[in-house]
Design a protein around this ligand. Structure first.
Ligand code: AMP
Ligand code: ZN
Ligand code: ZN
Length: 351
């Protein structure tokens, strides 16, 4: 197999583009696709401050790497969610990458800031882990960006991710989710930053190839909580279709962007946001979903502590728990990410 451009030995075939590339030309192809996504969708400019949400995985580290190579002002944000060894390793990979590139990385520790890890938050608030996790990530992405003056939050969602989410939304006719599925979610409130997905033109295997060729050491394991998620099933189904008919994922997702997005954009504009009564972050309701979750979880945890407290040993240690779980600090997932919660562990309940 020869490189379409230089006729040298190809490293990767990209069937949906009817092309194959050697390593240097693949890297060029990758950069061009990302640059085009950023420009065509008006995601950000070289003047903007971009907060890149990094999970330690191939997609988000590849995204950060390519944005730095393209001279964008990209700072990383890693959220430590407290998911055992998986979180420890993914944090280590993110920190090591930042150091290797001399780039700034902001680390937010969920258990430290909110008194509970994802599991505890989920258990105490009655949500499944993926839902608590997605909600927390979206809230923190937005809060950090707003508090620290970033113009935009970029995530590493790729073509495979978006096509799988779209497929789930179509199979279940999740119209509300379809309305909000886009590579760019504009800011519709002064305290809600724009959210963008600059890898929407890049397939998952291309992100992996880019990471390997650029010497990026990323965490290979999937999050243990995502095993069995429906999104993985949809990805598998799409991979089967893609193998028989290259370009299926692209035509599904890009076709949606071309034909449906413009019609859906008008519907999206009708949603009004207001300030959460408890934390001031934008929300569609009175109290944002993150405040509701953390407050509910804190109350349950307090109740447990009270039950565990012997009757004679004085008042319940409310302050200890409450201190770890600030009541005012949160965002409505529907409002900030445009992908509402619900459908626990489904493809739509994602950051
Ligand atoms: P996932 O929902 O795990 O598929 O991740 C989708 C995107 O969310 C990733 O590409 C990252 O941009 C971002 N992300 C996931 N986990 C984290 C994390 N722990 N910290 C910061 N960003 C994350
Ligand atoms: Zn070449
Ligand atoms: Zn709130």
């Amino acid at each position: 197999m020869k490189c379409t451009i230089c006729r040298g030995q190809a490293a990767l075939e990209i069937r949906r583009h009817n092309a194959a590339f050697c390593a240097p030309h693949f890297l060029e192809f990758f950069e061009r696709q990302v640059e085009r996504a950023v420009r065509d969708q008006k995601m950000f400019t070289h003047e903007n401050r971009v907060l890149v949400a990094v999970s330690g995985g191939k997609d988000s580290l590849a995204l950060w790497d390519v944005l730095l190579r393209l001279n964008y002002r990209a700072t990383g944000l890693y959220i430590h969610l407290g998911i055992g060894a998986y979180s420890e390793e993914s944090r280590a990979k993110s920190v090591a990458f930042a150091q290797s590139r001399g780039a700034d990385l902001i680390v937010v520790d969920l258990p430290q800031e909110h008194g509970m890890n994802v599991e505890e938050l989920a258990r105490n608030s009655g949500r499944v882990s993926c839902s608590a996790c997605g909600l927390s990530k979206r809230y923190i992405f937005n809060k950090v960006a707003v508090d620290q003056g970033f113009d935009v939050v970029a995530t590493g969602h790729n073509l495979d991710d978006e096509a799988a989410v779209l497929m789930g939304n179509l199979l279940h006719w999740q119209v509300e989710y379809l309305v909000r599925q886009a590579p760019v979610l504009p800011s519709t409130h002064p305290r809600m930053v724009r959210k963008v997905k600059p890898l929407y033109r890049i397939a998952e295997r291309e992100a992996a190839a880019y990471a390997v060729l650029r010497g990026i050491d990323y965490i290979v394991e999937e999050c243990p909580n995502s095993l069995g998620a429906r999104s993985l099933l949809y990805k598998e189904a799409l991979n089967m279709l893609e193998a028989q008919s290259p370009g299926t994922k692209q035509s599904l997702y890009w076709g949606f962007l071309e034909h449906m997005r413009p019609r859906l954009a008008a519907v999206q504009e009708g949603v009004t946001l207001r300030d959460c009564l408890h934390c001031g972050q934008p929300t569609t309701g009175e109290v944002c979903a993150f405040c509701k979750m953390t407050e509910r979880a804190a109350a349950r945890m307090r109740a447990r502590l009270v039950r565990a407290q012997p009757a004679s040993s004085g008042p319940p240690p409310e302050e200890t728990v409450a201190a770890g779980v600030p009541a005012g600090d949160a965002v409505d997932p529907a409002a900030i990410a445009g992908e509402p919660i619900g459908l626990p562990s489904g493809p739509d309940d994602r950051a």
